[in-house]
Unconditional design. Structure first.
Lengths: 474, 188
């Protein structure tokens, strides 16, 4: 007779809602006729909202279960809520997009649910094996979602590139975990941290090498330079709502996991990893923002801009302080809202069969749709960090955190690259405000898309004007 | 006695591994690879790790090798020439192999392995099963979800391809390759 371990149900409740909902929905979807797959998407939305409600209810809960491999604390709850919000908005943006592009299938919503479940697990994991498996779960979901527009060669290319490079990066992760296990005899972050000071000689070296391999594996998913090469191709080829989901939610989850590994598991080795990460953050900021500057394709530009934003996100773990963690949560929330709003505008302008998302298609947008232009302007100004949007507060909080931590060079670089970023964001806005250059492309304004866009735009403004409530939450 | 068996298994592993590399026919290389996997399974049995031994046979001999053979079968018609990896001079490869072996051997020699005469606690199937239901209950469940999602993903992609047969990336590459082959045949 095997006695199962005692499980703290308040900690796993949110995961149960997501995974249970996804599994039930997978079966329910069989009963939904082919033309009405929107129903599945709305049911998935309900599941996500239910999970978010559980998260809000357990906002103050702290604790661990499954032998300390799964943990809940305010930071994890907050990042989890960001992931859930990103999933909900992405489903809203995708509902009619899929039908319009004739790729509507019930599995889409189910896969998004499994993906966001993997992200929640990655955020809550306090153990390297759980982290690895949840990362595998979210990766597999994203590989399939990237190829969801399958007969489209670009989508197929995106999925294949992502799969091959992703599998390669996963190898680094596993080698890293194996080395750390070999050195410390454990995969649980708390035990690794406890074993840290006692490590000597080779064992210290193995742990350090394992940590660096782990950073490579996670850095790939967060598209940190030099592991960012896949990002523009995959975002460009994947269906736009998938690119939107990927660019925000998986980044949030991976950054949270990276923060836990660095600060909880290897806080003792900070003298080793902090300078390395500072260099990676600097390279990410420069490559992302300079790369975005030369793009003519809007989706590729957003991909490079998301690389640049990842550099800023890395300031959170580098600062290694409560201030840095708060700033990370806020930055993730603001970035999620802004990036989703920007992608929502692209979705509203994308008809079936468009292959290249040329910037010329945004020209003259102001005359045709002031509403869309307003959403685009809010999104891009927030990404650039212009007050009074959420992006300004987020960037300010991050710069403040790394300044306090003693990295003045990073502060300077952050400001300089933000100025570069402002240049290409404004270039898009000027195009949108200027005269039309091509035949007016069709516009789509169904209510789920409008609702998603409006919520994202609202979040940008609210977070920008009243940032206090979110910061007090984490 | 154990040493004799070990030497027999080890020489089997090395011999078949060498044959994987030097076989000129790719199917034969695959079959020798299967033999290598099998012998490694025997090595696990010798270490009294029955479960890993059986899993090795089931997973590597049973599944991975079938996958390799399928991959060869499905891609074979494209390669009429000698495989490109045979093109380089053999001594470069040999130097690389010797270098790698030197690194591995010195590393293994330098590490102070924590050897113990006691039986290791988890090695048999019952202990593994109990561990999966206790310490590793969460990873165990998670692995089930990962496999389910992989299955859904495979079905989504495979069914989609069948349903709407428009040119895919693979078709484009095949078409390009065909054109390139024709161009190559045309030149003197």
């Amino acid at each position: 007779m095997i006695t199962l371990p005692v499980i703290d149900w308040t900690i796993v409740a949110q995961l149960l809602v997501v995974f249970g909902g996804a599994t039930v929905l997978l079966l329910l979807d069989l009963a939904i006729p082919a033309g009405r797959k929107q129903v599945t998407a709305y049911l998935a939305l309900l599941v996500v909202l239910g999970a978010a409600a559980v998260g809000v209810m357990h906002a103050g809960v702290s604790g661990a279960t499954f032998g300390g491999t799964l943990r809940l604390d305010p930071f994890r709850t907050a990042v989890g809520l960001v992931c859930l919000a990103a999933a909900a908005l992405s489903i809203l943006l995708a509902v009619t997009f899929l039908g319009r592009h004739q790729i509507e299938r019930g599995e889409f919503a189910v896969l998004v649910l499994f993906g966001v479940g993997g992200m929640l697990l990655l955020v809550q994991a306090a153990d390297l094996v759980v982290m690895f498996l949840s990362l595998a779960l979210l990766s597999i979901t994203l590989y399939v979602l990237a190829g969801f527009a399958l007969p489209e060669p670009r989508s197929e290319e995106a999925a294949l590139k992502y799969l091959l490079t992703g599998a390669f990066a996963t190898g680094f992760l596993v080698f890293g975990i194996a080395l750390i296990y070999g050195a410390t005899g454990s995969t649980t972050l708390a035990t690794i941290a406890a074993a840290g000071p006692g490590l000597t000689g080779e064992y210290r070296l193995y742990a350090a090498a394992g940590l660096l391999l782990l950073v490579v594996g996670l850095g790939y998913k967060a598209s940190l330079v030099p592991f960012h090469m896949w990002t523009p191709d995959v975002y460009d080829g994947a269906p736009t709502p998938v690119a939107a989901f990927m660019s925000v939610a998986s980044k949030a989850a991976v950054l949270a996991a990276l923060t836990h590994v660095l600060l909880v598991g290897f806080g003792e080795l900070r003298a080793l990893w902090a300078p390395i990460l500072a260099v990676v953050a600097a390279a990410t900021l420069l490559v992302g923002n300079i790369g975005a500057l030369v793009q003519q394709n809007v989706k590729r530009m957003l991909a490079y801009s998301s690389i640049g934003q990842a550099g800023f996100l890395l300031f959170g773990p580098i600062a290694a302080s409560d201030r840095g963690i708060d700033a990370l949560v806020f930055y993730l929330a603001g970035y999620t809202a802004a990036n989703l709003a920007a992608f929502a505008v692209l979705i509203a302008l994308e008809a079936r069969g468009e292959t290249e998302w040329s910037m010329a298609r945004l020209s003259g947008l102001w005359q045709r749709s002031p509403g869309l232009t307003l959403a685009l302007a809010l999104a891009l100004l927030s990404l650039a960090g212009v007050p009074p949007t959420a992006g300004f507060i987020a960037k300010f909080a991050m710069l403040d955190a790394v300044w306090q931590a003693g990295y003045p060079a990073l502060v300077v670089l952050g400001v300089v690259t933000s100025a570069i970023a402002a240049a290409y964001y404004l270039r898009v806005l000027l195009r949108a405000a200027g005269p039309a250059e091509t035949d007016a492309p069709p516009m789509f304004g169904d209510w789920p898309l409008r609702l998603g866009m409006a919520l994202a735009a609202l979040a940008i403004v609210v977070l920008g004007l009243a940032p206090g409530w979110l910061l007090s939450f984490s | 006695m154990v040493t004799v068996i070990f030497i027999a298994i080890a020489s089997l592993i090395i011999a078949s591994a060498v044959l994987v590399v030097i076989s000129r026919e790719i199917v034969r290389a695959a079959l020798w690879l299967i033999a290598t996997f099998f012998a490694v399974g025997a090595l696990y049995l010798l270490l009294e790790a029955e479960f890993i031994g059986v899993a090795q046979v089931l997973v590597y001999v049973g599944a991975v090798s079938i996958l390799i053979l399928f991959a060869i079968m499905l891609t074979r018609q494209h390669e009429r020439h000698e495989p490109a990896w045979r093109a380089g001079p053999w001594w470069i490869a040999l130097a690389g192999v010797i270098g790698l072996a030197a690194v591995l051997i010195t590393t293994i020699g330098a590490v102070p392995w924590r050897l113990t005469d006691d039986d290791l606690p988890v090695s048999r199937a019952p202990q593994l099963g109990t561990a999966l239901m206790r310490e590793y209950l969460l990873p165990f469940q998670l692995a089930a979800i990962v496999l389910l999602v992989a299955l859904i993903g495979a079905v989504v992609i495979a069914m989609e391809e069948r349903r709407r047969r428009t040119p895919t990336l693979a078709d484009d590459i095949a078409a390009q390759r065909g054109a390139a082959d024709r161009a190559e045949d045309g030149t003197p």
